[in-house]
Design a binder for this molecule. Structure first.
Ligand SMILES: Nc1nc2c(ncn2[C@@H]2O[C@H](COP(=O)(O)OP(=O)(O)OP(=O)(O)O)[C@@H](O)[C@H]2O)c(=O)[nH]1
Ligand SMILES: [Mg+2]
Length: 399
């Protein structure tokens, strides 16, 4: 029979742990297709939680205890607990479960069903139909909880999961094995462990499902969660998101392009100091474009296409091609501007009310021109300048 271990990290939960274990025992009796166990991971709680658990072990044979000599936060407790559960206890599956009765043990069979349906990871969710947060929570706490999770949905551009921060979870061994190897290299202090673990599992393509449950407020004992939790979770997510976006060539390309536009504007002001007259303005304009082109070329070579960096000997010819490609982009934009001006002309489309700004076909044609010009450039860079290396097909790119 498959073994499922409910891991309960505890720190000063003397007043809760008995009720929690008893409630789990009741649910375990109804589960027939898994051998259920509990592993309490206590960080030597000063209140003597471990001693209470030792007493309970006499009554409940499914109960195991792991005592860590020092407090290492929620992440540390779960890592040591999972190591023991998947190792010595030979679990196929673990649950993450709080000691404070916030998580409804009666939902455990629903998690198991989801696992049996082929999911690798199941989240107890407060934000899907059937789930809830305590009604008595203060408005600001409800607001933070709901919008915090919505914010994560938008940040990740992923709406398939609604409760990213839940601490009620079921995790298959293969997810643990895949994620754990990476967890050690990053210092997941305390509660960041939860969001980090989920994010990595998601990126590795595991099947993740949600089960609704009604979160209950702890009645006894103190919450260990502080305001730094929200900060750390958000910082972690923003950091990985920026990293993920910058790993995309097209994003780096767009950023270099946007920076080039700024370079061009600033350069124009500078060149105009030298070429100030109406006649020489053309020179200032040309030089500002060339300044931006040089900046774009350097950034593209050392950042956007850093994995296909040019050899010194290739640079002169590539730079000429780069200039031709940029000229092509300007040509495309000019043609689109010319064609729209001579067909539809400057037709007002709508007025932005508060600032009384008229959007006309000229603006639209400029935007379309820039976009097509960008597509052309990206295509040209990839095809003529920073060509995909032949060896890429055999060995993966390392940047
Ligand atoms: N072993 C161990 N357990 C911890 C540690 N920090 C928290 N826990 C346990 O982790 C579980 C969740 O902690 P809570 O403080 O209840 O945090 P929460 O449930 O997210 O927040 P609340 O809504 O305040 O209950 C509880 O069972 C805690 O006892 C720790 O450093 N070590
Ligand atoms: Mg709690």
């Amino acid at each position: 029979m498959k073994i499922a271990v409910v891991i309960i990290p505890t720190y000063n939960e003397k007043g809760n742990i008995v009720k929690t274990i008893e409630a789990l025992a009741v649910v375990f009796q109804k589960i027939k297709n898994y051998q259920m166990k509990v592993l309490v991971v206590d960080d030597s709680s000063p209140d003597g939680t471990a001693e209470v658990v030792r007493q309970l072990q006499k009554k409940f044979k499914f109960l195991e205890l792991l005592v860590n000599s020092k407090k290492s936060g929620l992440g540390g407790a779960y890592l040591s607990g999972m190591k023991q559960a998947f190792g010595k206890i030979r679990a196929d599956l673990v649950f993450e479960f709080d000691a404070d009765l916030s998580h409804d043990p009666a939902k455990i069979p629903d998690f198991l069903s989801k696992i049996d349906e082929g999911n690798d990871f199941v989240l107890g969710s407060r934000y899907i139909a059937g789930g809830s947060i305590p009604e008595n929570w203060a408005l600001h706490r409800k607001f933070l909880s709901i919008f915090g999770n919505l914010f994560i949905n938008f940040l990740m551009l992923d709406f398939s999961l609604r409760d990213w921060t839940t601490g009620f979870r079921a995790i298959k061994k293969k997810v643990y094995l895949a994620v754990e190897a990476e967890l050690h290299s990053e210092r997941f202090s305390g509660y960041t462990f939860q969001i980090g673990f989920l994010h990595k599992a998601l990126r590795k393509g595991f099947k993740i499902a949600e089960v609704p449950f009604a979160f209950k407020d702890r009645v006894v004992g103190k919450s260990k969660i502080g305001p730094e939790y929200i900060k750390n979770t958000m910082l972690y997510l923003i950091r990985v998101r920026v990293k993920e976006l910058l790993a995309m060539r097209i994003i780096r390309f767009a950023m270099v392009g946007a920076f080039g536009a700024i370079v061009q504007l600033v350069a124009l002001q500078l060149w105009r100091i030298i070429f100030a007259t109406e006649k020489t303005f053309v020179i200032a304009n040309f030089l500002s474009i060339e300044t931006a082109v040089i900046s774009n070329f350097i950034w593209s070579n050392f950042w956007t296409f850093k994995d296909r960096k040019l050899k010194a000997s290739q640079i002169p010819l590539s730079f000429i091609t780069f200039n031709l490609s940029s000229a092509g982009s300007i040509l495309i934009q000019s043609v689109i501007a010319y064609v729209t001006a001579h067909t539809v002309g400057l037709v007002p489309l709508f007025v932005v009310p508060t600032i009384n700004y008229t959007v006309d076909t000229g603006v639209v044609s400029a935007i379309i021109g820039i976009l097509i010009g960008m597509f052309w450039n990206f295509f040209a860079y990839n095809t003529f300048i920073w060509k995909k290396k032949k060896v890429d097909e055999k060995s993966p790119v390392t940047n």
